[in-house]
Design a binder for this molecule. Sequence first.
Ligand code: IPM
Ligand code: MG
Length: 358
Amino acid sequence: MRNHRIAAIPGDGIGTEVIGAGLRVLEALAVRDGGFAIEVAHFDWGSERYLREGAMMPADGLKQLKPFDAIYFGSAGDPRVPDHITLWGLRLAICQPFDQYANVRPARVLPGIESPLSGIGPGDLDWVIVRENSEGEYSGAGGRVHQGHGEEVGLDVAVFTRAGVERIQRFALDLARSRPRKHLTLVTKSNAQRHGMVMWDAVFESVKGDYPDVTTDKMLVDAMTTRMVLDPASLDTIVATNLHADVLSDLAAALTGSLGLAPTANLNPERRFPSMFEPIHGSAFDIMGQGVANPIGSFWSASLMLEHLGEAAAASTLMAAIEHVAGAAEVRPRDLGGEATTEQVTNAVIAAIEGANR
Ligand code: IPM
Ligand code: MG
C-alpha cells in the first residue's frame, strides 16, 4: 500500500470549509483506488493563531512540515490582520524557504460552465500559467526610509536572478512540451522595465533552442490581457514573473467562469522540500461559515496534488468527477449562479468517484 503523508493547513475564512471538503474527496479516492492511503495531519495555523499567539505559524513550523509528502493549503487572510502579515507570515513563509519556485495555475473552461466570453467553450480556453514563485516583485527586498515624515520613501525591489529566470523558463518549456499544443508564450514588460525584464527576454533566447519541438512567442503583459480576452484559443502555456502571473491568473480564472474553480500547485520540482497545493480564491470572508463556498478549486488542487504524488489514475478520476459535477445544473454552487451548498457539491463529486468505471 502506498502511503502519502499530507499536512493540511486550512488557514482562514472559507479555507477550512473547502479543505475539509477536499479531504473527504481524497479519502473517497483512496478507498476506491485501494492502492494508496492518505495520512493527514492537521495544522491550525493562520490568523486566529496570530491574534492569540502573535505568529501565523510556530517558530519551528518548517521543521514540522518538512517530512510530509505534500501540503494541502486553504487560504490566509483576515480583516482583523493586515494582509501583508498574513501573506508573509504563512503562505510566503512556506513557499520561499521550501523553494517552491514553480507556481502552476491551470485555467480551462470546464464542460457545462459558461465563460463570460461569448462563444468560448471547453477547448477554446485551455491554458496553464506558470508563475515564477520565489523572487521577482515578491522578493521582499526594499524598505521604508524617513518613516512617517514628509520625505518618506517606500521601496519594493524586484529581484531577478539568471538562475531563477532560467529554471522557471525551463520548467515552463518542459511543461509546454508535455501538452498537446506544445506552445509557450513568454510574458514580460521589457519595453518599460529595461533591466530585469530585458534579462528575461535574453535568457529565453538562450534556452528555448533546447526545446525545438516547442513553439514560442512573446507578449508584453498589458497586450497579453487583451489577447487573453479577444483570442483565448491562440494561447496554451504561459510563463511570467511573480506579479505579472498573479494578475493574469485572476483574469484567467474569471474567464473560465469563476475564481472558485481555480487551482494552484506551488512546486519544488526537485522534491527537496514538500510542494503545496491550494485553491487560488482566498479566504472570502463575506461568505465564510455559511457552507456555500465552491469547493471545486480545492478539489482541482487535490487532483494536482495526486498527480505530484504519482497517483495519476486517482488524479484523473477526480478530474472526471469534477467535470461531471460542474456540468450538472442541480449542484451548482452560488458563485456559478446556483444554490448548492459546499456539502452538496462535495457529495455529488464523491458519488461520481464511487460510480466511476474502474
Ligand atoms: C495568489 C494570491 C496571493 C498572491 C495573495 C493572497 C497574497 O493573490 O495566490 O494569487 O498575491 O500571491
Ligand atoms: Mg492572486
